[in-house]
Design a protein around this ligand. Structure first.
Ligand code: E4P
Length: 308
């Protein structure tokens, strides 16, 4: 587990240079104590999950993707659009990320315009990669991010697995970058050779040769891939991106994504993530602790004596 001492000291400084999240209305006596708290989004396209979380004040945004839409029942573009529109309307003015599925630049722009027209709170998710497998252009994602920024469309640069992707996405104009911390850790668990240093499947590039037998590519920084247990790799990535953004006062928000457990939530809070996007079942448990239950029960029982 990432310990507080592993976290670079600039994380807190960075947060207070960002836009406040919990605002206090003018004239209100009690100021909100967590003005610069991170935003918490629900990572789902299911309205039945979104509604209680928004009503409970637990979330202030939503991220979706085609897999989540399919899971929520979408089986055609009509039904997918209907679900996306409903979420966007329900969550307004909070941000809702909707993902591009087109792979060819001009079609991507048309789709981005369509999604952005669903509401002012839409953020368009652009996969950050170079789309090498399709058009061999190493910059398709980055060019699209810059193009949408020029069109005043907010972008969430998604499917990020290393710090250089995050930096260049920010440099292209992305409002959010989404490092998929759970998938990164899962990948290492699955592909690493245990006899070698942690993170070797990324560091040595054994499972990811460049397409068409080209030269092998560097997949990750040594810090993220090898500097500690495999299960920490995702959170080390968040820590590294926050440190780099802090160095250059980059205002792009670090949206930690692909959570697998509540320990990762805590670690991202330590690391200074700006946004956590969390599956509903994990959010349902954030206020739980067995000792809280036990203590509450005892206090309740003891208070009965006052009723006599
Ligand atoms: C983020 O925006 C993505 O929707 C999400 O976190 C993906 O996570 P997964 O790895 O659980 O699919």
């Amino acid at each position: 587990m990432l310990r507080p001492a592993d976290i670079h000291p600039g994380a807190g400084e960075r947060r207070i240079s960002m836009e406040p999240v919990n605002l206090t209305e003018k004239g209100k006596k009690l100021a909100h104590p967590a003005e610069f708290a991170p935003r918490i989004f629900a990572d789902t396209a299911d309205m039945d999950e979104i509604k209680p979380l928004k009503e409970g004040g637990i979330i202030n945004g939503v991220t979706t993707n085609p897999t989540l839409l399919k899971r929520a029942g979408a089986d055609s573009w009509d039904s997918a659009d209907k679900i996306m529109k409903e979420i966007v309307k329900y969550m307004a003015p909070f941000p809702v990320s909707l993902e591009l599925t087109e792979l060819e630049p001009e079609k991507m722009v048309v789709q981005a315009n369509k999604l952005a027209a669903f509401g002012d709170n839409v953020v368009v998710k652009v996969p950050t990669g170079g789309y090498r497998l399709m058009d061999r252009d190493p910059f398709t994602g980055l060019k699209m991010i810059r193009r949408l920024w020029e069109m005043n469309i907010k972008v969430n640069a998604t499917l990020i697995f290393n710090t250089t992707q995050a930096f260049w996405a920010a440099n292209a104009g992305a409002a959010y970058v989404s490092p998929f911390l759970g998938r990164l850790a899962d990948y290492m668990y699955k592909h690493d050779h245990v006899e070698r240093v942690p993170g070797n499947s990324l560091y040595f590039m054994e499972d990811h040769k460049a397409p068409d037998g080209g030269p092998e590519r560097t997949a990750n920084s040594a810090y993220v891939s090898t500097d500690g247990p495999r299960k920490n790799a995702g959170v080390r990535l968040i820590n590294e991106i926050v440190a780099v953004f802090n160095n250059y006062r980059i205002k792009t928000e670090v949206l930690a994504a692909s959570f697998r457990n509540s320990v990762q939530l805590m670690e991202c809070l330590l690391a200074g993530a700006d946004i956590l996007t969390v599956p509903a079942p994990l959010l349902m448990g954030v206020a739980d602790h067995p000792l809280t239950d036990e203590g509450m029960k005892a206090f309740f029982e003891d208070s009965k004596v006052f009723d006599r």
